[in-house]
Ligand binder design. Sequence first.
Ligand code: FES
Length: 153
Amino acid sequence: MTESIPLENPLMSRRQLLNFLTGASVAATTTAILYPAAKFFVPLAEESEDGSLLAKDIHGNPIPASQILAEPPGTRALVAGLTGEPTYLTVRTDGTLHPWGIVDNCTHLGCTFPWNPNDNQFQCPCHGSRYDPDGRVVRGPAPLPLNSSALLL
Ligand code: FES
């Protein structure tokens, strides 16, 4: 007496595998498309008690506006931008912050650069590009002005 063992139909298991792979591909593609779009619309900065937005330091800790505004006029404070990129905030002579931050990323090949208060310029150490206080190119090889980002404070 031999019992018959039910055999799976190999076509069904192949079909199930293809359905699974197709579903997984659609899910991965949908996620890859929707995640950046969703991330774009969700602000990364946090609001303070008075409603202003907070900048963050290199460790992600919030920096209150009062801390940056306590610096003397002309100060370039390096903070983390909305998307985490290093950004210079400028304290103006009237004691307010410039409405735009300057992204610390040279438009030549992407080096970071310091602010040189003696020359009143951003000066890239990699290939010598220089930018005025508003990020316009003073001397190449940088082909474009510096990028700016909305103020976080
Ligand atoms: Fe700044 Fe080349 S990367 S000048």
